[in-house]
Design a binder for this molecule. Structure first.
Ligand code: RB5
Length: 149
């Protein structure tokens, strides 16, 4: 499994805990930045990670900002991306099982490192259930196509 990960300055410290988890579990990843706490713009990191995930260079992406909201809104502009904001473990596995989410977003100002790592674990270990959910995802793709002519 290969992961693309990124954050802005407000997600930088939480990202370090997630990187520790990935290292401990020997999960391959590329960290697209940011690499310090200097103020920066979350859409820049959303775009690089989202494009890499949409191009299927990685199985999943993880994006962290202060709330997880802005970075997720930006990532979801890239066709093929299904970024899910999760601050609980139920959402983290449900967004994989039902929505086939390919990017997890979280907010450092919302969750502590212990919960964040559990959320990552739930997300990475859940499987898409297909079936009726595929029909619904196809409808999302149709919406995307309608507006990306
Ligand atoms: C940065 O201050 C903050 O606005 C950003 O990290 C994020 O929370 C935006 O949604």
């Amino acid at each position: 499994m290969k992961i693309a990960i990124g954050s802005d300055h407000a997600g930088y410290r939480l990202k370090k805990y997630v990187l520790e988890y990935l290292n401990e579990h020997k999960i391959e990843y590329k960290d697209y930045g940011t690499y310090d706490e200097a103020s920066c713009d979350y859409p820049d990191y959303a775009l690089t990670v989202a494009e890499a995930v949409a191009a299927k260079e990685y199985d999943f992406g993880i994006l962290i900002c202060g709330t997880g909201i802005g970075i997720g809104i930006a990532a979801n502009k890239v066709p093929g991306v299904r970024a899910a904001l999760c601050h609980d473990t139920f959402s983290a596995h449900a967004c994989r099982q039902h929505n086939n989410a390919n990017i997890l977003t979280m907010g450092e100002r919302i969750v502590g490192p212990g919960l964040a790592v559990d959320i990552v674990d739930a997300f990475l270990n859940a499987k898409f259930e297909g079936d009726r959910h595929t029909r619904r995802l196809n409808k999302i793709t149709e919406i995307e196509k309608k507006y990306n002519k």
